[in-house]
Design a protein around this ligand. Structure first.
Ligand code: FO1
Length: 313
């Protein structure tokens, strides 16, 4: 079964890892959010690409949720001593990725550099930025418009969330490998990973052509809820939904993806309240505690996809 997965940070990386474990490498394309990318200390940082890459390489820090395991922080210590900006943490091992990427980007596209770095780490699956053109997520808050990492890391998501906009999206084109995945007759499912729908998946869908291709498809599109029993599994999704006046329920996820998905995977703790309207529901244990959970969920997801017929067909 050939799959295109749209992924943001931690939740996306976990499911991508599960899918990578059960699908032949050539059958998985992971389209990754680059709205969080920014230039910091002269380096191009692509946090979601890094989360997916480190997870598939088995190098991710499971506790922290971002960066590399067995990390050391000499660079940050030295930077602090020199009075440099220290609100964004770059571990010593992680730093090598950003330095090499920044250097490679002088002569190659982000798609090519991402594929190159993944291959150097022994990854066979296609990890693809949503676009090679710059798209930047800007968070509209009660403290003004904030670049994504300022909102997320510098201010720890404490400003009140009003809206998000995607600078550069109108001019952006989907990365060639994403268009190729959509055009591949063997593509059997599009998966919206259990990433934050507003912060992580919406930027991918903002790239002209991606949403349209999902809507026009003749294959199932399935989303995974990032909520369990009224709580976000990780990150600020619950806080943001509350600030937007939206309940922390699968119905909110179904609403965010209205017109886009045929199926929604939710936690058993959330029941099946969507049975009578909206997408088909698979209720199961969606918490991915370890690689075994990731593979089980990926397997259940693919079986669900096989059973579904796309909207309108
Ligand atoms: N997240 C943090 O909460 N604090 C950090 O200092 C931080 C540093 C960092 C460095 C490299 C990288 O690839 C990711 C990093 N992240 C950090 C994670 C990142 O900001 C977010 O998890 C994503 O942008 C949201 O998906």
């Amino acid at each position: 079964m050939s799959v295109l997965a749209l992924a943001g940070g931690v939740g996306g990386a976990k499911l991508a890892n599960g899918l990578a474990a059960i699908l032949p490498p050539g059958d998985l394309t992971i389209a990754v959010n680059t709205g969080d990318d920014f230039t910091h200390l002269g380096l191009t940082i692509c946090p979601d690409i890094d989360s997916v890459t480190y997870a598939l390489a088995g190098r991710n820090d499971v506790q922290r949720g971002w960066g590399v395991a067995d990390e050391s922080w000499s660079f940050m210590d030295a930077l602090r001593t020199l009075g440099g900006e220290d609100w964004f943490n770059l571990g010593d091992r992680d730093l090598a990725t950003h330095v090499l990427r920044t250097n490679l980007l002088r002569t190659a596209s982000l798609s090519a550099v991402t594929a190159d770095l993944a291959a150097r780490l022994g990854i066979q699956q296609a990890i693809v930025p949503m676009s090679d053109d710059p798209v930047r997520s800007i968070i509209v808050t009660d403290r003004g418009d904030l670049a994504f990492q300022d909102y997320f890391v510098r201010y720890q998501c404490s400003p009140r969330f009003h809206a998000i906009r995607f600078e550069g999206a109108e001019q952006a084109r989907p990365a060639a490998a994403i268009l190729a995945a959509f055009d591949d007759p063997s593509l059997e499912a599009v998966i919206l990973c259990p990433s934050n729908p507003i912060l992580s998946i919406a930027p991918i869908l903002s790239v002209p052509g991606i949403r349209e291709r999902i809507v026009a498809r003749s294959i199932p599109c399935i989303a995974l809820s990032p909520f369990i029993a009224g709580q976000a599994i990780k990150g600020p999704a619950a806080k943001i939904m509350a600030e937007l006046g939206l309940p922390i329920t699968p119905a909110t996820i179904a609403q965010q993806y209205e017109g886009l998905i045929d199926g929604l995977v939710i936690d058993s703790a959330d029941g099946d309240g969507l049975r009578d309207h909206g997408p088909a529901i698979l209720a199961t244990d969606i918490l991915m505690r370890d690689p075994a959970d990731q593979q089980r969920l990926a397997q259940q997801l693919l079986s669900f996809a096989r059973r579904l017929r796309p909207t309108g067909s």
